[in-house]
Design a protein around this ligand. Structure first.
Ligand SMILES: [Zn+2]
Length: 492
């Protein structure tokens, strides 16, 4: 939260004027903040529209520039190959040249941060692995924009793209591997966000990261996630942007308005105890990553209304993986952003022409304006997450009494700008939250007349500016689920 009348981001005067004009003339730009107790199928948009847009976030979205996205992608392609096994000491070709250029770009962005953004090369020696024949140094390029609120600076949001590339063979360090879409597109989105957001003040910390070794088995992301786990870092959410640049699918479908967000339902790191609770009372559609996906849809479509966030309720595509997975394995909420219709002739291919068809991951197949829109969806979400309070902790649904009401409780947030909490609920068969109620700055609440047996509930926190956290899904507390055993029949 910022002092009223000041901006989190001191942007250029022309931009402020442009935003002012938009504010005045675009209908619906300011939407009344009203209480909503909606029922019925159109609740998603109803829930969304009662939010007032945060002008700082709107300005960040405005400043993402397609021309920068194109410049970055073309520059990354110019290194010939960025295969993780390619040369690291040629100044013009190979992954080492790309690494050094990315570092210099992020250092340039950090110069506008008032000292809040630091940039490092996170290098490590990768031992022999399935796609690494001999020990090889891998380097993640990491820019950290420190949060400015004492209660929130240790809360971290990570946004990532992988800067390594491959041709037909993941272990060929010599062939040309332009990797314009996979994944210069995601890397460009990350760099452009870092540039725009560096001079903004956020309560929580944002990490902008370009990782190596994705095509070698998610190695760079695994290293970062493992370090974060060992240090006990509070990584609240991670976004990977991977293959976010092509809008004409191999199926002939052109779609410039949709981005897929993949999220897992059952947590990858679920314990047997968690699984027992889930079998008993449900929740297979309510992991922290799934809540994050719902948050991304709500926030992304509010701030970038010409883009549709297509939630896909699975961890990743069939037979494919991405850098969010090592985070999921370590218990961090994470999702993957990817274009809606892929063209496999332009991924993991040697550059060539066969029967008049061009193969290879070339810049001519990238839609730069689309990449910029994906970056805008990301940026709006990262900004909202890091301006908002943390999602409520230890949210519990009290089950000690059999009742037709629903009793919820949670821990108090510590942020000084906290306004209070909101209860959300939906039919158990609904994909998204459909109903909400502001309940003030309390740590327990009873939903009278709404049975916990008939709906799913969640709680989110809100600050005085109206910034909202993702939803926390409660665990049952009190009467635990009866053991699933034929010898101990449960209450009928
Ligand atoms: Zn990729």
């Amino acid at each position: 939260m910022k002092i009223p009348g000041t901006y989190a981001c001191p942007l250029r005067r022309t931009l402020a004027l442009c935003c002012f004009v938009l504010n005045v003339f675009l209908p619906g730009w300011h939407l009344a903040a009203q209480e909503a107790r909606h029922t019925g199928p159109k609740q998603s948009s109803a829930l969304r529209q009662r939010f007032t847009r945060n002008q700082d976030i709107a300005r960040i979205v405005q400043e993402i520039d397609t021309r920068n996205i194109e410049r970055i992608i073309r520059k990354l392609v110019s290194f010939g190959t960025r295969n993780t096994l390619s040369t690291q000491d040629d100044p013009n070709r190979g992954i080492g040249a790309a690494r050094d250029w990315l570092y210099s770009e992020l250092v340039r962005a950090a110069a506008n941060s008032g000292g809040r953004m630091t940039v490092e090369k996170q290098a490590f020696e990768q031992q022999k692995a399935a796609r690494v024949a001999t020990p090889t140094v891998l380097t993640n390029v990491v820019a950290t924009l420190k949060g400015t609120q004492a209660e929130s600076e240790n809360r971290i949001y990570v946004v990532s793209g992988h800067y390594d590339s491959m041709c037909g063979s993941p272990t060929d360090g010599q062939c040309d591997a332009p990797g314009a879409n996979d994944d210069a597109s995601g890397t460009a989105a990350v760099l452009e966000m870092a540039r725009v957001m560096a001079n903004c003040k956020f309560d929580a910390t944002i990490v902008f990261m370009a990782v190596a070794g994705e095509e070698q088995g998610l190695l760079g992301a695994t290293y970062f996630a493992e370090q974060a786990k060992q240090k006990g870092s509070n990584v609240e959410a991670m976004f990977t942007n991977d293959i976010v640049g092509n809008t004409l699918g191999g199926n002939g479908v052109r779609d410039r308005r949709t981005v897929r967000v993949f999220s897992e339902g059952v947590p990858t790191n679920e314990t047997p105890e968690d699984a027992n609770v889930r079998r008993s009372v449900g929740g297979e559609n309510d992991s922290a990553s799934r809540q994050l996906a719902r948050f991304i849809k709500e926030t992304g479509e509010l701030y970038v209304p010409h883009m549709k966030v297509m939630m896909v309720y699975r961890r990743d595509r069939y037979g494919r993986g991405g850098d969010h997975i090592p985070f999921l394995e370590r218990g961090f909420a994470a999702v993957r952003f990817t274009e809606p219709n892929e063209d496999f002739r332009h991924q993991h291919q040697n550059v060539r022409t066969e029967n008049g068809i061009k193969f290879g991951d070339l810049p001519e197949f990238v839609d730069y304006a689309y990449v910029a829109n994906v970056a805008r969806v990301n940026a709006a979400n990262l900004a909202m997450l890091s301006l908002a309070p943390a999602r409520p902790r230890n949210v519990a649904i009290l089950t000690a009494r059999l009742s037709n009401d629903t009793d919820l409780k949670w821990d108090a947030n510590q942020e000084p700008d906290l306004a209070g909490y909101e209860i959300l609920w939906r039919d158990t068969t609904s994909a998204i939250w459909t109903n909400s109620r502001r309940v003030g700055n309390v740590t327990s609440y009873t939903m009278k007349g709404l049975s916990k047996d008939n709906a799913f509930f969640g709680v989110r926190s809100i600050d005085k500016q109206g910034n909202r956290s993702p939803v926390s899904f409660p665990r049952p507390l009190g009467r635990t689920a009866p053991a699933v055993s034929p010898s101990t029949p449960s209450r009928p």
